[in-house]
Design a binder for this molecule. Structure first.
Ligand SMILES: Cc1ncc(COP(=O)(O)O)c(C=O)c1O
Length: 402
């Protein structure tokens, strides 16, 4: 018999059932005119998502990975250039760097926010790099490679601390491409400009993923680039479409990286619900914060820095005995995840970068202790309380054994 208290890590069925009629109408519309690639549904979504992110342009593409890769190419990355990012992210961030012909350099994350630590970035740029007096460009001292740009990742739905990152980028003439794949609708308070800004509107461009489990998810693969730079938007439009600005006139080699019309239509339907869904996630997160407060000696809950309004793509706690907590929750029918267990600098795929254990201690500590608890808009109060109850039971057992 199914466990009646079972709480899935993620429920993708309920929102699609709730919106079934509207979603099926999109398919009918596409069938009626066989407009499967490009066309009005893609253009409508691009306009709507640009407005949502408060940018001038949005270019729909196949995935968040494509959006990153195309952004780097359009930003003028040259073979061998370095792009700086964090080792605590999904591998797509760094795959896109390599696939654009660039090299990866890592800087550590901040212990509380899990996003790029601006001080570690400063240390890398100021002590491990130097300016070429002739070109004025920044080079890594050891490898002599040019530093092209920075990719802050707005992980778990919280923005990176963008003011100091942007200031360093400006000082050294580097581009900033935001990895906003987990942060649709997240906000950042810029002290410099004395205003709240949306994820996706702060860099030269930003990449979003619409992978089904994201805050705004498609019903398949999809992604988008947002920017207020017209030349960047035009270039990415060409790159996503085999390098053509006009049919069969190819200015360059590009990719088959377009966004399907049906996915765009579905995204438009769901975008109308995104603000409400994000509010639900925030309110669930605050409920978890309160419910778990008394277990604070054993469980570290997420910290929302004063400069961010997070959209809680994931609710990630830290605990010493991570596997034991996961097992206890699994026993109670509660799903969990780990985002991400192995830091990128220690992945087999990056052996050739010659990083070693101990190079990014904050990332390594965090990666060993994190657990993502169930978090989605449709969770009930009862479900949240049930998860928290089980986590607290585990914590008190741990403390009594300590
Ligand atoms: C931080 C981050 N960057 C990039 C991506 C890549 O997006 P996609 O899966 O749409 O290619 C993802 C999504 O999984 C992500 O979470």
């Amino acid at each position: 018999m199914a466990n009646p208290t079972k709480i899935a890590f993620l429920d993708l069925v309920t929102p699609h059932q709730e919106l079934q009629e509207e979603l099926l109408a999109v398919v009918k519309k596409a069938f009626s005119n066989a407009g499967f690639i490009g066309g009005p549904m893609v253009e409508d979504f691009e306009r709507e998502f640009a407005a949502f992110c408060e940018t001038k342009y949005c270019v729909g593409v196949n995935s968040g990975t494509d959006a990153l890769r195309f952004a780097f190419m359009a930003a003028g990355v040259q073979p061998g250039d370095i792009i700086v990012t964090v080792p605590h992210t999904f591998i797509a961030t760094t795959e896109a760097i390599s696939q654009a012909g660039a090299n990866i350099a890592f800087v550590d994350i901040h212990e509380q926010t899990y996003t790029m630590d601006p001080e570690k970035l400063r240390e890398y740029l100021e002590t491990r790099c130097e300016i070429n007096p002739k070109s004025g460009e920044l080079f890594e001292s050891d490898s002599k490679r040019r530093i092209a740009g920075i990719v802050p990742v707005h992980l778990y739905g919280q923005t990176a601390d963008m003011d100091p990152i942007s200031e360093l980028a400006e000082k050294f003439g580097l581009f900033v491409i935001e990895d906003a794949c987990q942060a649709h609708g997240a906000q950042y308070f810029s002290k410099k400009d004395n205003t709240w800004k949306l994820a996706g509107s702060m860099g030269k461009a930003a990449a979003f993923s619409f992978y089904p489990g994201k805050n705004l998810g498609a019903c398949g693969e999809a992604g988008a680039l947002t920017t207020s730079d017209e030349a960047m938007a035009q270039q990415v439009k060409m790159i996503r479409d085999h390098g053509q600005a006009k049919k069969y006139y190819h200015d360059m080699e590009g990719y088959n990286g377009r966004l399907d019309s049906i996915q765009a239509g579905w995204l438009s339907v769901k975008l109308r619900h995104l603000a409400k869904w994000n509010e639900s996630r925030r309110s669930h997160a605050h409920a978890y914060h309160e419910l778990l407060a008394e277990a604070k000696d054993a469980i570290v809950i997420p910290v929302e820095a004063s400069w961010t309004k997070g959209v809680y793509h994931l609710y990630v706690v830290r605990v010493q005995e991570r596997e034991a907590l996961q097992a206890a929750l699994a026993e109670a029918g509660i799903g969990t995840g780990i985002h991400y267990p192995i830091p990128l600098h220690l992945q087999k795929a990056y052996e050739q970068l010659n990083y070693k254990k101990g190079d990014f201690p904050v990332t390594e500590r965090v990666a060993a202790e994190i657990v993502s608890l169930p978090m989605y808009p449709q969770m009930s109060e009862e479900q949240l309380a049930n998860v928290a109850k089980r986590v607290k039971q585990f914590a008190s057992l741990q403390m009594s054994q300590a």
